[in-house]
Design a protein around this ligand. Structure first.
Ligand SMILES: *Cc1c(COP(=O)(O)O)cnc(C)c1O
Length: 364
């Protein structure tokens, strides 16, 4: 028998979360963001749950090919555009829409031979200072693109740096509006956080939203709000079992570095999940975990293949008991990935993207 660890991808939860994002930004079309192999869920595994999206947004050209191979004929957007001239051939062949964020990408387009003009999304750097044309250069980039026979419709795009926090998006929206006010074309501004927090506001409404993390059941502004607040459901469960039990006496320690010491008699379960499965090594004593759907805590350090958990709240649990590292337990109890991420000093994004290849996954 293989190790008892398994990831489950919840199709119904993907559908639910997608509809939540639609409700958050009325009238907008929705890009299902499936970059990074659908945030670690697996493109092929989420496809059925997300086929109600209006398009798929990603950045790896091979992932775009995989989405087309699944039979998707609708829009696909390359969020970083092309990286070299021959990528444009694939865009022509597979009808991929692509972001244009720098002069070099316009140069490549100008040299590209195609009789099928491309739909492009011109990206403004409105303050994030990652990809995009600075505001004062945006209109000349638009004019240059507009003159190219290789270009069909030009849409307008920007990305927010602080949609999940107090600073918010107002200043970036103001800059984007000021420069693009009289330009034609569809607009796309908001990621998950901006869609949930501001998606219905008139100044933020746009033709398309680009939610990723919320679709995958993680609250973008955790811990200010959790998934229950936003009515989102976990889309990935990482579940395993107890493979050993130890009875500790006061003064006994657990695991590498003896980082945990029992101050009273304590029954602990040894769990088949470690950092080689994608569980964060920075989690330590106190990190929440569910045993038989009951909340308890990790004790000691995460090792490569195992962690250890306090069995005090579940005295009946022993060898073979169900352990939920994050997601939904058999009894319906939920442990949000955000809580585990926070205990490990990171965010839900990193945990789901880091699910290890050795963990078998099923869709349910
Ligand atoms: C990843 C990404 C998104 C989705 O962001 P979430 O925070 O996961 O909703 C949206 N737009 C762009 C350009 C991205 O790279």
């Amino acid at each position: 028998m293989p190790r008892p660890i398994q990831a489950t991808i919840h199709g119904e939860a993907l559908r639910h979360n997608l509809s939540r994002m639609r409700a958050a930004a009325p009238d907008a079309r929705v890009w299902g963001v499936v970059k990074a192999n659908a945030y670690g869920h697996g493109i092929e595994r989420v496809f059925d749950g997300l086929r109600g999206a209006d398009g798929f947004a990603l950045l790896d050209l091979q992932e775009a090919e995989r989405v087309r191979a699944l039979g998707w004929r609708g829009p696909i957007l390359l969020l970083e555009g092309v990286f070299e001239p021959r990528d444009l051939e694939l865009c022509s062949r597979l009808n991929l829409w692509h972001t244009v964020h720098c002069d070099e990408q316009i140069d490549m387009l100008a040299m590209h031979k195609t009789n099928q003009p491309h739909r492009v999304f011109l990206k403004m750097n409105s303050g994030m200072n990652r990809l995009g044309f600075a505001p004062h250069r945006f209109r000349s980039a638009w004019t240059r693109l507009d003159a190219l026979p290789q270009v069909d419709e030009i849409s307008l795009m920007t990305h927010f740096s602080d949609a999940d926090s107090a600073k918010g998006i107002a200043e970036q929206v103001r800059v984007f509006d000021e420069i693009t006010r009289d330009l034609p074309g569809e607009r796309t501004l908001s990621n998950s956080a901006a869609s949930l927090r501001f998606g219905a506001e008139p100044g933020v409404r746009a033709d398309w939203i680009r939610p990723g993390i919320a679709v995958y059941g993680s609250a973008p502004d955790y811990p200010d709000h959790d998934i229950a607040h936003w009515d989102l459901q976990p889309t990935m469960t990482l579940a395993t079992r107890i493979i050993g039990v130890q009875e500790l006496a006061p003064g006994d320690t657990v695991g590498y570095g003896s980082s945990f010491t029992a101050d009273a008699p304590l029954r602990i379960g040894v769990v088949a999940c470690g950092y080689a499965d994608g569980y964060p090594r920075h989690c330590s004593t106190g990190t929440p975990v569910l045993v038989d759907g009951v909340r308890t805590r990790m004790v000691g350090r995460v090792s490569m293949d195992m962690i250890t958990v306090d069995l005090t709240p579940v005295p009946e649990a022993g060898f073979g008991a169900e352990v939920t590292m994050w997601g939904r337990a058999a009894n319906g109890a939920v442990l949000a990935i955000d809580e585990v991420a926070r205990a490990g000093g990171t965010v839900g994004y990193e945990l789901m993207c880091g699910l290890a290849l050795r963990v078998p996954a099923v869709v349910e």
